[in-house]
Design a protein around this ligand. Structure first.
Ligand code: 5GP
Ligand code: MN
Length: 339
């Protein structure tokens, strides 16, 4: 993988560009791809943003989101665009398997693949150019750095600023995680100076939920959360019947894992959701418990040191049992309360 700086001189030559992100894109995945889209558009490239799957409706306000293709719905059209592409930017993921059904298409694409990402253990051999930095708060911060380091800061308009802000804000838990460096705050100051109205972004993201989501959360916290105080661990288990009963949509479960993480003494918070085709899990930790390794070892997953996820094909009870055994296996690390 060549350093991303080698791309700077090629930026101004118009070409066909695809920008993609991980499946079920979150604020950082959608924000970074659309932020890059609004930046690159200014060089007259022909650009298409393709999401491997659908996404949460609370992201629909982002400028350009209405033009994003859902690979699972518009497969033929997306395949043709990928076949014709010169460049494929891969943002907020680092192994092609994170693009689900799009993986095969990306593996065989003739286009130049470019990585911008902050997750651990990148599959560097599949990218021609790229930057991977696990110290970065978000992929949006990395897209901002990319634009600034290319000497193109004057091309950060309000659309770019809104998209990038949304991703940095959500990936840092509203600027509270340790990844929120002084550079992050300097970046936000710069975006503000370029016309960003941050409170509108917060309203768009957090004040548009339906009543049913809060009824669902009430049920989860009352009936589906177990606390294992001796292991400083919490687990939320959601059967598929709850998703149906409360009409839960993509994105409605995002952030739920943070509820038990804010209980005093909890070091590992987990959620396992039966999504029908698979059991999807999310892990969050405080302090020295490495959930990236935990997710890799037991749940076919990965992510960051303090935030990771995975999936299993076994039935829900089997996965929950696996979790409890894994918790006991990691007893020594978990039972010491050391933040
Ligand atoms: P979340 O729990 O919000 O879905 O994901 C937390 C972090 O772990 C994110 O950075 C996400 O990209 C990563 N992650 C979630 N699920 C998976 C997975 O199945 N595989 C890998 N490698 N990473 C995941
Ligand atoms: Mn991210």
């Amino acid at each position: 993988m060549q350093p991303i700086q080698n791309l700077y001189t090629k930026l101004s030559t118009p070409c066909k560009v695809v920008i993609t992100m991980h499946q079920k894109p979150d604020g950082d995945a959608m924000g970074s791809t659309l932020g890059l889209y609004h930046f690159l558009k200014q060089f007259d490239h022909e650009i298409t943003v393709i999401s491997p799957t659908n996404w949460a409706s609370f992201l629909n306000w982002m400028p350009g989101c209405d033009k994003v293709l859902d690979y699972e719905v518009q497969t033929d059209k997306s395949n043709k665009i990928i076949d014709d592409a010169d460049w494929i930017f891969c943002l907020d993921f680092n192994t092609l398997s994170r693009t689900k059904r799009m993986e095969e298409k990306l593996v065989n694409a003739a286009a130049t693949r470019i990585l911008i990402d902050h997750h651990q253990q990148p599959q560097v051999e599949v990218f021609e150019y790229g930057i991977s930095d696990t110290a970065k708060s978000s992929t949006c911060e990395m897209v901002y750095d990319f634009i600034i380091n290319a000497g193109q800061g004057d091309k950060i308009n309000v659309e770019v600023a809104q998209c990038l802000y949304a991703g940095v804000m959500t990936d840092t838990g509203s600027f509270r995680f340790p990844s929120t460096t002084a550079s992050v705050h300097r970046m936000i100051a710069d975006l503000k100076e370029k016309g960003l109205e941050h409170s509108i972004v917060h309203e768009n993201l957090f004040d548009n939920f339906l009543e049913s989501r809060y009824r669902f959360i009430g049920n989860i916290l009352s009936n589906r959360m177990e606390i294992f105080y001796e292991y400083n661990t919490a687990l939320i288990t959601i059967p598929q019947s709850d998703l149906i009963k409360y009409d839960v949509k993509t994105g409605d479960t995002e952030g739920l894992v943070n509820f038990p993480l804010s209980i005093k003494g909890i070091k590992l918070a987990s959620i396992i959701i039966d999504r029908g085709e698979e059991r999807k899990s999310s892990f969050r930790s405080k302090g020295d418990f490495d959930v990236n390794t935990f997710a890799r070892k037991y749940f076919n997953g990965g992510g960051h040191f303090n935030a990771a996820g995975g999936f299993n094909k076994e039935p829900l009870e089997v996965v929950v049992d696996k979790f409890k055994k894994a918790m006991i296996e990691n007893r020594e690390q978990l039972s010491t309360y050391q933040f």
